[in-house]
Design a protein around this ligand. Structure first.
Ligand code: SF4
Ligand code: SF4
Length: 158
C-alpha cells in the first residue's frame, strides 16, 4: 500500500492527476490537488503512480508501503507480525523499476547524478544517462527522489 502527497507550492492545479486517478486526487474544493484517499487502496495504486509520473510539476510524491507498513501495521511488535511485514516488504521490493531520461527535456543540471550517481551520469553526454536497467532495489528510493527533484520533470519511472 502507498500514500501520496501533493506539494501545494508546486501544484499548478492543472487537473491531470484528477484525470488519471479521480478516486485519489480532487480539485473540487481547492485550486491545488487534494489527496482524497489515504492510504491509496491497492486497486488505485497504478492510477496514482501514473498521475505522479504525468504531473508536469513533479508535485506528487509517493511514500512506499515499506515505511507505511512498518509504522502503522497493528501488532508489529510481535515476532510473527514482524516476519510477515518483512515478507510483505520483500514482495513490494520485487517490483522492477526502469528509469528513462527525456534528453529533449534534460538541461544537464546534474541534480539526479548528485542524488544517485550509481544510476545517473552526465560523464559522456550533455544530458543525464541511465546507467542501470532495471534499477536495483537499493537505488529505487533514490531514483524516485531524483525524479521528484528534477526541475525539468525529465525523468520518468516505469
Ligand atoms: S497533475 Fe500535478 S500540478 Fe497538476 S493538479 Fe495534479 S498535482 Fe497539481
Ligand atoms: S535532474 Fe533532470 S534536468 Fe537535471 S540532469 Fe537530471 S534529468 Fe537532466
Amino acid at each position: 500500500m502507498i500514500r501520496v502527497h501533493v506539494d501545494p507550492d508546486l501544484c499548478i492545479g492543472c487537473g491531470i492527476c484528477e484525470g488519471d486517478a479521480p478516486d485519489v486526487f480532487s480539485l473540487a474544493t481547492s485550486t491545488v490537488a487534494e489527496v482524497i484517499m489515504d492510504p491509496v487502496e491497492p486497486e488505485f495504486e497504478a492510477d496514482a503512480r501514473m498521475a505522479t509520473e504525468d504531473c508536469p510539476e513533479s508535485a506528487i510524491s509517493i511514500e512506499n508501503g515499506e515505511e507505511l507498513e512498518t509504522t502503522t501495521a497493528p501488532g508489529a511488535d510481535s515476532t510473527d507480525d514482524a516476519e510477515e511485514l518483512i515478507n510483505d516488504n520483500d514482495l513490494e521490493r520485487k517490483i522492477e523499476m526502469k528509469a528513462i531520461v527525456d534528453k529533449d527535456l534534460c538541461i544537464g543540471c546534474g541534480i539526479c547524478e548528485g542524488i544517485v550517481p550509481e544510476v545517473f551520469s552526465l560523464q559522456n553526454e550533455p544530458y543525464a544517462e541511465v546507467l542501470l536497467d532495471p534499477i536495483p532495489e537499493e537505488f529505487q528510493d533514490a531514483v524516485r527522489e531524483a525524479a521528484e527533484e528534477c526541475s525539468e520533470a525529465a525523468i520518468t519511472i516505469e
